[in-house]
Write a protein that binds this ligand. Structure first.
Ligand SMILES: [Zn+2]
Ligand SMILES: [Zn+2]
Length: 140
């Protein structure tokens, strides 16, 4: 089964706030997200809650290679949505495992977050956000 993640554009008609998030729990082929509202940032985010990584042998190869670039450590905290998108490809990996994360604010783990789904309110002003019907972006 192919399941695609979708990102929607949510807009606030009162204050102009815009967020590009999935609007709930969504799962692609390589990672899963949960839309959260951060009470400290007053922002909506797609928090990465599950990340598919190569099982042991390929992972160590990937880590060696990656350490020369920007040295990501073994993910013990969730990557940002963008980082998860950018690390989709692990060439050569045949066996996979899932890493699970608590939904956290990507800015700071200690921020207070709650899950958010439409119809949901603007994190800035409390007005209901409008959802653009057409997915802004597809990812998998
Ligand atoms: Zn607003
Ligand atoms: Zn935050």
């Amino acid at each position: 089964m192919v399941c695609m993640g979708r990102t929607f554009l949510f807009e606030c008609n009162r204050c102009g706030y815009r967020a590009k998030v999935s609007g709930g729990a969504d799962r692609g082929f390589h990672f899963a997200v949960q839309t959260i509202q951060c009470a400290d940032c007053k922002e909506l985010y797609d928090a990465v809650t599950d990340l598919r990584v190569p099982a042991a042998p390929a992972l160590s190869r990937w880590k060696l290679k990656a350490s020369r670039l920007d040295a990501p450590k073994t993910p013990t905290k969730p990557p940002t949505f963008q980082a998860a998108l950018n690390r989709l490809m692990f060439p050569g990996a045949k066996r996979w495992r899932w890493l699970h994360f608590k939904a956290l604010c990507p800015v700071a783990a200690q921020h207070r977050v709650t899950t958010w789904e439409p119809p949901g309110k603007c994190p800035k002003c409390g007005y209901f956000l409008e959802c653009n019907a057409v997915p802004y972006r597809r990812w998998d």
